[in-house]
Each structure stands twice: as C-alpha cells, then as structure tokens.
Design a protein around this ligand. Structure first.
Ligand code: THU
Length: 160
C-alpha cells in the first residue's frame, strides 16, 4: 500500500510578513551569522532562539581544522541553552545562512540532518512544538510549525 505524508509550511517573501518579535529574531540570527567562525567553508550561519521566558540566545557555526570537530550554528545555540536553561521551553528558532559573499540567488538554508535530529530531541523533551524559520539574507523566509515537518519517521527515545 502506498501512503503519502504531506507537510505544511509558510513561505514569506518579506520580513514585513512577520510580527515585530519575529523580525527581531531574524535580525538576531543575522547578527550571530556575522560572528560565525567558518574559515574553511566560508559558509556563514547564524541562529537565534526564543525561550518561553522571552530571552533570546544565539549561536553560529564554529569550524575546526579537524573538520568533524566543528559544529553547526543551531547546535551551538541549542546545546548552550540545554546546558544553561534546561527547564525553559524553546518557542522559536530562526536560522540565517549563506556563503560569506551572499548573492541574491542564495536560497533560505534549511537545517542539516544532525541539527534536525537535535531540534527533535528538544521538541520531544518539552512536549511542545518549536516553530522553525529559515531565511536567506534577502528576507526570503520559510516557516514550519514543528521539526516533525522536516523529519518524518524520526527516531526518538520511545524506540529505546
Ligand atoms: N552549517 C550550519 O551551521 N547549519 C546547518 O544546518 C548547515 C550547515 C554549517 C556547518 C559548516 O560550518 C558550514 O555550514 C558548511 O557546511
């Protein structure tokens, strides 16, 4: 039997389609992106995370001469939050990425597979969806209401 999974997402073509609070998060992700340490790929990614207490924390990709020792922007931010605010729910994640020399052609950058799995861990831990936005520098923005939309058939602790 063949089955289908449909996902729902929003595509915003301008930051004006976001709330003011969301625009602030987008801006924070862009600022974080500027501080990325990405001398090997020249691919700069920033991430801003909104917690339920209203605080915003950000991260960026941190590369290493021993390539696998580096870490993506999303996990840099999320692991720090997990370490310091383990009981705060995560409400929204904004990701902005692209080559250092950004061109109009660069699309919004979705999170990599390992970051999807990590975001899923926090979403299942807090038992509440995390809204995820990924954007380019031109304010072309994709939003999903849960990481489940980007990771169907996900693996979690219920299988252990
Ligand atoms: N990168 C991220 O920071 N997040 C992603 O979800 C995709 C990839 C980083 C890792 C590496 O430093 C650079 O982008 C190129 O892959």
């Amino acid at each position: 039997m063949e089955k289908n999974i449909a996902i729902k997402y929003n595509h915003f073509k301008s930051r004006a389609e976001l709330t003011e609070a969301e625009q602030k998060l987008l801006e924070q992700a862009k600022i974080a992106r500027k501080n990325a340490y990405a001398p090997y790929s020249d691919f700069f990614v920033g991430c801003a995370v909104l917690l339920e207490n209203g605080e915003i924390f950000s991260g960026n990709n941190q590369e290493n001469a021993a390539f696998p020792s580096g870490l993506c922007a999303e996990r840099t931010a999320l692991f720090w939050i997990g370490a310091n605010f383990p009981d705060q729910k995560i409400k929204k994640i904004f990701i902005v990425g692209g080559p250092k020399e950004f061109s109009e052609k660069n699309p919004p950058i979705p999170p990599c597979g390992a970051c999807r799995q990590s975001i899923m861990e926090y979403e299942t831990k807090q038992n509440e969806n995390i809204e995820l936005y990924f954007a380019n520098l031109n304010d072309d923005i994709i939003k999903v209401s849960s990481i489940k939309d980007l990771l169907p058939f996900y693996f979690d602790s219920t299988f252990l």
